[in-house]
Design a protein around this ligand. Structure first.
Ligand code: ADP
Ligand code: ZN
Ligand code: ZN
Length: 737
């Protein structure tokens, strides 16, 4: 073939390069090309052809990088799907998909350093002694004779590491011309499973396992709706073991790997070293090594990973499990491709002909709807393992507490009494507040001044520990002024509450209680996070105060009380998913209580106790709630009954932004009519000094979504070519969360 379309790790289309000088180049191979004035890039061959491009001169590919393709056909199809579905370039997919060391980029050939495969030293027998010489050797130097036997048994060659010979023995044999040493790319090996027994399933778990298997005979996806602590993880292990026995690759996808240390440890206990974790916090070297090893090793790998693990080179993927499938952190918020890890996992499984299991105690309405419609096999598990009782949920009316004089600081008496009670009994408590910091904003009671971020249109949050006011969007921070900088007369007041303030109030109300706080301030690093978790798990604290991090997959055996301090800021969030999220959040936090032998209690403080979300917290309420929510979504035409694309425009200049947004709005209206909403100014309309405007596209499920995406792309491309609109950033988010 004379020409190749090459994927470059850029937000650009693919370009054509000449390749006739590279023999037998294959699709998926990595090559070095020159692009731009002086840059060398690693590119991937997307396709090969003989048609010279109509215009421009074609540069040749400089060289091929490895003697094997970096991508399989399935990976190329997966990348192409992702670029097309999430309105990105395939180069942007390449940017997130390949570990950095396999796609070096440099300005000169000397600086361009491709990843070198790890080498291993190998011993080879070149001139075996005859039997007489051997007998002599065995007497005089038994170690040398032993190595010769080892090599003969291994068929003449043996990696140095696997031989037991010492250095002196080896160099003596090399000196005598009997063996030689050479280097080669080390061949990755599948680590053995010293499989300790799989957990024995309870009758209910076993039934769920069988139901999933039956469901997956006819369908490709199963949704396992199992209440917290029902043992979903144990059920997964049986599916994983079966797939590995068949020699298939397995991917267990988790929302945030750093929050799943307990899960990884449980998997290691069963599948030992076969478990490979993969996520963006690993070093570039480690990620590259895993990628290259998988590329060259046989199938049968077991990956536990975050969404970037979808891009590993699976040879024969047999099973994908998406744990906590409802978790919104599966969605990549930036940069492009803004893909949803769960949805992409289902696509990847399809491309491999693999099965997918989605698991959650609180399934997303999208997945619930798919199960109801028969697209997914729906399986539910309603009992906790070991018969532990579900937590008792108490809805505590904040307004009534105020009226009766039964509220202190941010706590209703119903909660305070229980905290005192549990502290006396030596049991543990978790308090959940969905805001970090001390106060969400500060205000002068006299002149009304509030501290705002100069770069983002938001109030600054007060942080006590650091003595500062911080912006949670851009990190802008100023020392806490204490006195109003406007009228200079009055002390500013903290408004709204964050975890730090709860911590302060608890210490005043219960001075002897030992308190820990878990939020993104106190757990900045994984080690800080692990430290807090293990301290609490070891019983070195009585109360854990935290943001939604405390809702994620933790298992504390002595927690018997959970307080949700303000459920209303969950339900009142300005988002059509707010109620669904509130329900998920409350149940996930509640799931941390009473996990073994003791039933737990959950006190939910709210000013709106008749809100339907609260009746859905019981198992029986869920079906009713989910159906009612879905009806409402249908009525107001929201997902899953339509598809959304959010188009965000950003620019520093208000006039330019308004002009471009209204032009794009008109262009889209001429194609999509009333399916276009906006341009509208979002709640937070300025971040890092840039103004923001949004346009929403609502596409009904009965028309072609693919065609809509093409039309949208054409319109945006046309706008970008217009010099009046240069410089305005336009970002598409398909299925925004
Ligand atoms: P889920 O993921 O559904 O919240 P887990 O898998 O974390 O539930 O199980 C909750 C607890 O019960 C864990 O401590 C787990 O080890 C234990 N458990 C569940 N099923 C079994 C089983 N079949 N054998 C032994 N322990 C189990
Ligand atoms: Zn800011
Ligand atoms: Zn003032």
């Amino acid at each position: 073939m004379n020409f190749a379309q090459i994927i470059l790790p850029l937000a650009q289309p693919c370009y054509t390069f000449a390749v006739s000088h590279i023999p037998d180049l294959r699709v998926g191979e990595a090559v070095v090309v020159q692009f731009g004035k002086k840059s060398l890039y690693t590119g991937i061959v997307l396709s090969l052809h003989n048609d010279p491009p109509k215009s421009g001169k074609v540069k040749p590919v400089l060289k091929r990088l490895y003697d094997f393709p970096l991508l399989s056909d399935i990976q190329i199809r997966f990348w192409s799907w992702m670029a097309e579905y999430y309105i990105s370039t395939i180069g942007e997919v390449m940017r997130v998909a390949l570990p950095s060391l396999v796609k070096p980029h440099a300005t000169t050939e000397e600086l361009y350093k491709p990843y070198a495969l790890p080498q291993e030293r190998v011993l080879r027998l070149i001139a075996a002694p005859d039997s007489e010489a051997f007998a002599k050797l065995a007497r005089r130097a038994p170690r040398r004779a032993e190595l010769i036997v080892q090599l003969q048994e291994a068929g003449g060659e043996l990696p140095r590491q696997l031989s037991t010979a010492d250095a002196a023995t080896i160099s003596a044999l090399v000196g005598a011309g009997i063996i030689e040493i050479f280097e080669r790319d080390s061949a990755p090996q599948l680590l053995p499973i010293t499989e300790s027994a799989l957990p024995v399933l309870s009758p209910e778990q076993n039934e769920a396992l069988q139901a999933i298997n039956r469901g997956l005979e006819a369908r490709n996806v199963a949704l396992l709706h199992g209440v917290t602590s029902s043992g979903k993880t144990e059920i997964y292990t049986h599916h994983i073991a079966r797939a590995l026995e068949r020699g298939e690759d397995v991917l267990l996808l988790v929302p945030e790997i750093s929050l799943t240390a307990q899960l990884v440890e449980r998997m290691r206990r069963i599948f030992s070293d076969r478990v490979i974790t993969y996520h963006s916090k690993l070093t570039a070297t480690r990620r590259t090594q895993i990628y290259m090893d998988m590329l060259r090793a046989p199938s049968g790998n077991f990956i536990v990973g975050a969404r970037s693990a979808l891009f590993l080179p699976y040879r024969k993927l047999g099973l994908v499990i998406v744990d906590e499938e409802h978790d919104t952190s599966y969605k990549q918020s930036e940069p492009n491709p803004r893909y949803h890890g769960r949805d992409a996992a289902i696509m990847l499984a399809n491309l491999h002909g693999a099965k997918a299991i989605l698991g959650s105690a609180t399934p997303s309405l999208e997945s619930f709807n798919n199960a109801m419609a028969g697209k997914y096999a729906g399986v539910s598990l309603t009992t906790r393992y070991g018969g532990s009782l579900p937590p008792k949920i108490i809805i505590s009316d904040t307004l009534r507490a105020v009226k009766r004089g039964e509220r202190k600081s941010h706590f209703n008496k119903e909660l305070l009494d229980r905290i005192a009670d549990r502290l006396a009994a030596g049991e543990q408590i978790i308090l959940f507040q969905n805001r970090r910091g001390y106060a969400s904003y500060v205000e002068c009671p006299r002149c009304g001044w509030t501290a705002r971020c100069p770069h983002c249109n938001v109030t600054l949050s007060r942080h006590l520990k650091s003595g500062s006011l911080n912006c949670h969007y851009c990190g802008y921070s100023i020392p806490d002024p204490h006195f109003c900088p406007e009228c200079k007369t009055s002390q500013i007041e903290a408004m709204g509450m964050g975890t730090e303030r709860i911590e302060e109030q608890i210490s005043q109300l219960f001075p002897t209680a030992r308190v820990l706080r878990l939020d993104s301030d106190s757990a900045k690093s994984d080690s800080a996070y692990n430290h807090i978790i293990s301290e609490f798990a070891a019983g070195n604290a009585d109360i854990l105060i935290g943001t939604q991090i405390v809702a994620k997959g933790l298992d504390f055996k002595d927690v018997t009380l959970i307080g949700i301090l303000n459920a209303d800021n969950l339900t009142n969030a300005p988002d059509f998913r707010a109620v669904e999220r509130a329900w998920q959040m409350i149940l996930q936090v509640a799931g941390r209580a009473g996990r073994r032998d003791r039933a737990g209690e959950v006190v939910v403080q709210t000013a709106d106790p008749s809100h339907p979300v609260f009746s859905a917290l019981s198992e029986h309420g869920y079906q009713h709630f989910a159906s009612a929510q879905l009806k409402e979504r249908q009525l107001f035409n929201y997902p899953p009954f339509c598809r959304l694309i959010r188009i965000t425009l950003r620019h520093a200049d208000a006039q330019q932004l308004a002009n471009t947004a209204s032009t794009l709005g008109q262009m889209l209206r001429s194609k999509f009519g009333s399916r276009v909403l906006g341009p509208v100014t979002p709640l937070i309309d300025r971040i890092r000094g840039e103004l923001i405007v949004e346009i929403i596209l609502k596409i009904e499920t009965t028309t072609s979504f693919a065609r809509a995406r093409v039309t949208l792309t054409e319109q945006i491309d046309a706008l970008r070519r217009d010099s009046d609109h240069k410089g305005v950033a336009i970002i598409c988010n398909v299925d925004p969360m």
